[in-house]
Design a protein around this ligand. Structure first.
Ligand SMILES: *Cc1c(COP(=O)(O)O)cnc(C)c1O
Length: 372
């Protein structure tokens, strides 16, 4: 195998035809309406709600501020049970709101929170669970719902990775009290930067609108302490165009995923996640777990060798959030054996909508060529 002529990154943002974007934003020059619930924002909100098959939607400038706003809207207090196997944002949202994260271990098959270990972590101070549908794989939503009901806890899903995923034809954003979708440029679906909350209780809408606009409810009234987290018209225009191609985009990602799966399935020590029956997947990421004893090489060595071939995989998610220097002295990071095992062996391979099948094939060949 030869080195790739240009770098292959772990992801590449999907873009609509340049002309279509220019045409779409030309109306902003006519109206001079750049942000604050403009017409493109309203249209995107409606179309995204229909596509996601959810009851209510609010749009934000990014996913992280959407998550913090969700925590504030539900008035959560005390301790929040969450997963350490995620992007920094999940725990940062909890601590930025002045709450204490309590880390729960994960499952070894799909890396989501291990629901059998949640109840042991519940105390009288626990107010909510914030699980993550990591890499696009749904958590055990039924079990989480059962636990939440029994202990009267709120549930906010970090749904940053699952835009378009459905369980038995039900939009994934229908589970829990609130779900947060990130619409960042690197995600399956994006609005440049952007965030979206979906929720069943329509009463939340007013509160979310207030919180994301400084708490302002009228020219002379400020009802609560809020922030600025509004989505602008340029973001909405990008979101609207990307919604047109989302089904085709997910299909392309599925084809690339199948190439990786078929070419790597017989490689000892390279373990992959599997699709789940009754779930419509979005093929957000391609995580592989490298077992050094079987494969003959560690994750870190394979990561470095891929780099020599111009392939930039990522160690998602390493280190665990509970091991970040800003958290490890403050919060308990023991009792996480599975999360630690996975984090030390996981590698996320390049996968994006416009990826040529030959690139995936060549990456698989490089991985196979390392077997001694
Ligand atoms: C991307 C991401 C976020 C944050 O979303 P932004 O839109 O980038 O603010 C939160 N959680 C997870 C798991 C993510 O991957």
């Amino acid at each position: 195998m030869e080195k790739f002529a240009s770098p292959i990154m772990v992801t590449q943002s999907t873009l609509p035809p340049f002309k279509e974007y220019c045409e779409s934003i030309s109306q902003i020059w006519d109206s001079h309406w750049l942000t604050n619930q403009g017409p493109l924002h309203e249209k995107f909100k409606k179309n995204a709600r229909e596509y996601l098959k959810v009851e209510n939607v609010s749009l934000f400038t990014n996913g992280h501020l959407a998550l913090e706003t969700a925590i504030k809207a539900l008035n959560l207090k005390g301790e929040i049970i969450t997963t350490p196997f995620s992007f920094a944002s999940t725990t940062h949202a909890i601590t930025n709101c002045g709450l204490k994260p309590v880390f729960c271990d994960i499952r070894s098959d799909n890396y989501t929170i291990d629901t059998n270990k949640i109840e042991d972590l519940i105390t009288e101070r626990t107010s909510a669970i914030i699980p993550v549908h990591v890499f696009g794989y749904p958590c055990d939503v039924r079990h989480i719902e059962e636990i939440a009901k029994k202990h009267k806890l709120s549930v906010i899903y970090d749904a940053a990775h699952v835009f378009g995923v459905r369980i038995n034809n039900v939009g994934i954003g229908e589970f829990g009290d609130i779900s947060m979708f990130s619409l960042h440029a690197t995600k399956v679906f994006h609005s440049i930067e952007g965030g979206l909350l979906s929720y069943k209780n329509q009463d939340l809408e007013h509160k979310l609108d207030l919180l994301k606009n400084f708490g302002i409810s009228g020219p002379e009234t400020v009802e609560c302490v809020g922030i600025n987290a509004k989505m602008n018209e340029f973001q909405a225009a990008m979101g609207l165009l990307n919604l047109k191609s989302i089904e085709a985009d997910i299909k392309s990602r599925g084809l690339i995923t199948n190439i990786y799966r078929s070419l790597l399935s017989d490689v000892p020590g390279v373990h992959m996640t599997e699709d789940v029956q009754n779930v419509e997947h979005n093929f957000a990421y391609l995580p592989v777990l490298i077992d050094e004893a079987e494969y003959g090489m560690s994750r870190d060595n394979l990561f470095n060798i891929l780099k020599e071939y111009n392939v930039f995989a990522r160690k998602y998610f390493y280190p665990l959030i509970s091991d970040f220097s800003c958290y490890k002295e403050t919060y308990k990071n023991i009792d996480l054996p599975v999360a630690k095992y996975v984090s030390n062996r996981i590698l996320t391979l390049p996968l994006y909508t416009s990826m040529e099948p030959a690139i995936a094939q060549n990456i698989c060949e490089i991985i196979k060529a390392q077997i001694k």
